[in-house]
Design a protein around this ligand. Structure first.
Ligand SMILES: [Zn+2]
Length: 352
């Protein structure tokens, strides 16, 4: 679809040829706004079949998404969306395949990002396919095995940052401001790509009532909300599902903001769930809006609940999911839904 970009802070507008994801006036994040939607929408469980809903761009149909959805072994009302089936074993690939294509389309030879692990892995993978360089700023709480994997297979330039994700993020931003490098990561194009997860879920479980989503930077839950709202409006979905955001108890700024109602406060990440260890989520306020507008909830899960669930998952399904990846199952057990429901838990990643 043709689109413009609008600043989330000062409302400045930019055309789709503007080659950045942050506002040229105030440096805040931009949001993609489509000029014209199709009159009616049918969704597919295959990623590129939903391309008509993506920002108009020069994409290459690399393998991504179209992941399996299986019935949980523990509850007949729970389904598991296995994002571990993506090329770099996390949902990040849905955003990276779009974002890296945009960087290439705008003529950049390099894309830079901050990461706790999965983002770097995913961006490096697609950058290599597109023939552009990837530069990643890795926080000190990142998973060392993920970094080793990136170094050995994807030729990314890695800078280890002595600090958390938000510090690494600041470094990536300053680097891109000073060099001709596309600032990638949790920004608008990624969010647009991650909407496809919701299209696939609705194609697979048309009457889904709850979607349980791990929340780090909150790009995924915000993208799912945007896609669900579009599907409802365009006749592809009868009822909006409730969105349940899940964070680690040791890093839960969105859960606390909803509980105490006094805004999102930075929290020093202390969780083993590296994929959701973000102290100040970029899309935090959008996450709160997504949860509130769908009558959803935010839940925190403890380190031991995730570790137990990780073991259970391996025993039940025969492959590994990361701690953040099973957080949605742990949350499902905590919230105890009643009545007639069909819940989908997003198993967000499997890089262990
Ligand atoms: Zn602005």
């Amino acid at each position: 679809m043709e689109y413009q970009m609008i600043c989330t802070s000062c409302n400045a507008r930019f055309s789709s040829s503007y080659p950045k994801q942050v506002c040229g006036k105030c440096n805040s994040m931009l949001e993609v706004e489509y000029d014209k939607y199709p009159k009616r929408l049918t969704v597919s469980a295959s990623f590129w079949d939903n391309e008509k809903m993506l920002p108009h761009g020069k994409y290459r149909h690399y393998e991504v998404g179209g992941t399996k959805l299986i019935k949980s072994h523990s509850s007949s009302n729970l389904f598991l969306k296995l994002e571990t089936g993506n090329p770099t074993r996390s949902f990040k690939d849905r955003g990276s395949v779009i974002e890296v294509a945009k960087a290439a389309e705008y003529g950049y030879g390099e894309i830079a990002c901050a990461s706790t692990g999965n983002m770097a892995y995913s961006i490096s993978y697609y950058s290599k396919l597109f023939g552009i360089k990837a530069r990643v700023f890795i926080s000190s709480d990142a998973n060392v095995h993920k970094i080793d994997d990136i170094l050995s297979t994807h030729d990314a330039i890695i800078t280890k940052v002595n600090g958390d994700f938000n510090k690494a993020q600041g470094m990536a931003e300053r680097y891109c401001a000073a060099h001709k490098s596309f600032l990638g990561g949790d920004y608008c194009y990624r969010k647009e790509g991650q909407r496809t997860l919701a299209y696939e879920i609705v194609a697979q479980v048309p009457d889904v009532t709850h979607i349980i989503v791990p929340v780090g930077n909150a790009t995924l839950i915000s993208g799912i909300y945007k896609a669900a709202e579009e599907m409802k409006r365009l006749g592809a979905l009868a009822e909006m599902p409730r969105l349940i955001g899940v964070q680690a108890a040791m890093c839960s700024p969105v859960v606390k903001a909803l509980k105490y109602g006094n805004g999102i406060k930075y929290e020093r990440p202390a969780t083993i769930a590296d994929a959701i260890a973000v102290g100040m989520p970029a899309f935090g306020y959008q996450a709160i809006e997504s949860i509130n507008r769908t009558g959803g909830a935010a839940v925190s899960v403890t380190e031991s609940e995730m570790l137990i669930e990780q073991k259970n998952f391996y025993r039940e399904y025969g492959f590994m999911a990361e701690t953040a990846g099973v957080a949605a199952i742990a949350a499902f057990k905590k919230i105890k839904l009643g009545g007639n429901y069909k819940a989908v838990a997003i198993i967000s990643g499997g890089n262990v």
